[in-house]
Design a protein around this ligand. Structure first.
Ligand code: AMP
Length: 141
């Protein structure tokens, strides 16, 4: 496995060097809207420690991080009034990973509504903020 590269885009978001549409933050994790959402309300949850994927995540940091993933998932489901959730986590290029800082995708799901293909198009910031507002309200933050 390659070494963690601190110049990846999520590390820059963590350091506040580039903006994100934030929905949740605690000591272990930061959650924000995916800029190219595959469903409405698509959120990413990243750990604050430097980990490339699930395999190099320090085991002692995994518990608090996964608790944040679970908490945000509940907020996404409630805030987006979803019927279900899909969680995804990719490791290395062969596994579908594009950004090499560990992240879970949280996709709210509704019966009969498919996940959109990757278009490469960025969503309008005001639409992302509208969804983030509902999720933050459900999380009480
Ligand atoms: P993957 O590494 O395959 O799990 O995919 C990375 C995800 O990060 C994709 O869903 C992108 O849309 C998303 N993404 C990339 N850059 C940003 C960004 N600056 N802010 C929010 N999401 C991003």
């Amino acid at each position: 496995m390659s070494a963690y590269d601190p110049s990846n885009i999520f590390a820059k978001i963590l350091r506040g060097e580039i903006p994100c549409t934030r929905v949740y933050e605690d000591d272990a994790a930061l959650a924000f809207m995916d800029i190219m959402p595959r469903t409405d309300g698509h959120v990413l949850v990243i750990p604050k420690v430097a980990a490339r994927g699930i395999l190099d995540m320090p085991p002692e940091a995994l518990g608090p991080y996964m608790q944040a993933v679970q908490k945000v998932a509940a907020g996404v489901k409630a805030g987006m009034n979803a019927e279900g959730l899909t969680l995804q986590q990719f490791n290395e290029t062969a596994g579908g990973q594009v950004v090499f800082h560990l992240h879970f995708h949280i996709l709210p799901r509704w019966e009969g509504v498919a996940v959109r293909p990757h278009s490469g198009a960025m969503e309008k910031p005001e639409l992302l903020e509208g969804h983030a507002k509902k999720i933050r309200a459900a999380l009480g933050v």
